[in-house]
Write a protein that binds this ligand. Sequence first.
Ligand code: KG4
Ligand code: ZN
Length: 349
Amino acid sequence: MTAGGKLILGIESSCDETAAAIVADGAQVLSSVVASQIELHARFGGVVPEIASRAHLEAINNVIAQALQIAQAGQEQISAVAVANQPGLIGSLLVGLMAAKTLAWAWEKPLLAVNHVHAHAYSAALDGQPPQYPAVALIASGGHTSLYRAGSPMEIELLGSTIDDAAGEAFDKVSAILGLGYPGGPAIDKAARDGNPQAIRFPRSLLKGQSLDFSFSGLKTAVLYHVCGVPGAVRQGAEKGAQRLSPREIADVAASFQAAVVDTLCIKLRRAVKATGARSVILGGGVAANSALRAAVTELGKKHRLAVHIPAMKYCVDNAAMVAGLAYHYLQAGLTAPLDLNALATVRR
Ligand code: KG4
Ligand code: ZN
């Protein structure tokens, strides 16, 4: 199905999802194809960069072809080719970047470069009401936990970010400690449903004063010590780790850990709202799929009368629709990228 307006082909390969999408006028998603590599990385308990880039290479042509086919679009209908060229795993980013450059050159279309984390901040705008700006955007994923002041989809100013682990990374590591598997976010979310979030009071690391930065490594260590014992201290059966815990106890740890992450994220979100005066909040990133976080942010919005924009579940984790959607605004503003565009592994903005 094609629609009027400007169609953009978006390409995303920054981590372990190979994705392509066609989005009309930055809003209507005509196709969004995501090839996940979860199975390839699961036995390592995390993403192995070299395996990721090879898998992207194998998948990318098919994923793009499928996205075009589903949208019934081809060279004539596409107005521009967009790619997330930063931040991410360098070998993975390069695969998407080369595919995007090749198509832009062969089809003689403009190339558009998008920051992957800024694209997460756009995912709530897909297939729904456009967010209200200015807004505070909280992006929590496996690689990033950042707060932004968003003046518009393109005017994104970093207010704070994690100084160690990302929120999603903490979910993945705690899931490994509890023996719940990879990826950890969905596993903890599920286990936590049967647990008591007040069973264990894990620390909420708020950093000094009104800091808008995050730190999750202390919380992860607190869970590790709770489950496996403090190094040096004698505790009966501690060496068995999570194996000595009953399903009920595991559910309590999962729920208490999740509550600590959600509390921390919400406290910082509220601080950022106060600091900026924004009346609107945007959620994004894989952790935005978390049921407790979605509920808590919705509640925060009601309590403080804020407009709350939460992406549909399918646009929380990595996808290319958010890339094509945000890129539309760059195209409208004439902000195209040169064909010698590079990939950047790390960017703090
Ligand atoms: O945005 P994303 O797909 O990739 C990055 O840009 O990092 O996020 C993946 C992260 C993983 O750490 C995963 O455990 C987490 O998002 N995640 C969740 C949930 N679903 C995915 N975390 C908490 N609860 C969930 N339901
Ligand atoms: Zn992401």
